[in-house]
Design a protein around this ligand. Sequence first.
Ligand SMILES: Nc1ncnc2c1ncn2[C@@H]1O[C@H](COP(=O)(O)OP(=O)(O)OP(=O)(O)O)[C@@H](O)[C@H]1O
Ligand SMILES: [Mg+2]
Length: 360
Amino acid sequence: MTEAVLRPHAEHQFADELALLAERDDRPRPPGWRLSPWAVTVYLLGGTLPDGTVVTPKYVGPRRLIEVAVATLATDRALLLLGVPGTAKTWVSEHLAAAVSGDSTLLVQGTAGTAEDTIRYGWNYARLLAEGPSEQALVPSPVMRAMRSGAVARIEELTRMPSDVQDSLITILSEKALPVPELGTEVQARKGFTVIATANDRDRGVNDLSSALRRRFNTIVLPLPATTEEEVDIVARRVAQIGTSLELPETVAGIEEIRRVVTVFRELRSGRTADGRTRLKSPTGTLSTAEAISVITSGRVLATHFGDGVLRPADVAGGIVGAVVQDPVSDRVVWQEYLETVVRERPEWSDFYRACREVL
Ligand SMILES: Nc1ncnc2c1ncn2[C@@H]1O[C@H](COP(=O)(O)OP(=O)(O)OP(=O)(O)O)[C@@H](O)[C@H]1O
Ligand SMILES: [Mg+2]
């Protein structure tokens, strides 16, 4: 079954690793956890077990951040992952839930239209009308299901939800109980229940977290990759994984193209060239690691179906321009300037320069 779905959940995709870790893990596990905090960290950051088993890294970044995140989940506080777009907030939240509870699907997607039911519970109206309020007519939210089973509930884009809906989490997080007044009962969370929420830095101010809610979360800010090499490594890894799941044949000579895309993105993002000598204007788009991954993946598909299977500058030029030029007027100026003052001056980038000129 896993083979046919487009994107298996982490706990299915990495079922073998999780099973092995669970088997080899002899450290104490917090109540309700599938693995010890140590093993959860190994699952996320990768590593070699004492018997030589290799665990692939899922997240590439500061070890301490992940240790603090995992430690938070073992306390009675919830975890908030904050960061600019594309810094793997959703990705880390999915893998943490998979490793801690073996289930990453108890998910609420926050939007401006999210209603309180989505966090608490709703009703099956046919049954409600026929039988009145009953346990059978109640439709539990993912959060309620996580409370009942002692698992991790995930809330995506917490700050996009209206404030009053966010605040319905306060009781859940502080009392660890969810009252159901219609039935005169409550659901008490089993051990192992916790919440991982993600929020986007750029959305800050849309619906700020109330301070009452903020006090119930430990916040971890996921950074952009510190160095070009680290970012190249992340992109190369993810592109390879995505390629495998899309069943793309191997493309050759990808790494140079990846390094170039990452360099362009980092330079434009930071507003200066890698050698620090030239100041640049930044475009409006985010140019995140996630976008670099998708530019390369699209390039690989082009190379596979319309080229000779080798990833070349022409395969990524269109994607790069598309990612940079979000605002057709101001970003185009930024891009032109970058192309003429930076790209053109690098002799080893001449193919790339020509390819970019063609798509403009
Ligand atoms: N440091 C990193 N380590 C591993 N993968 C990363 C890293 N940074 C980004 N990625 C990859 O980037 C992709 C996008 O990440 P994700 O969707 O989790 O970002 P996000 O922070 O939730 O963004 P948004 O704010 O847009 O929701 C994922 O495929 C993830 O693997
Ligand atoms: Mg996300």
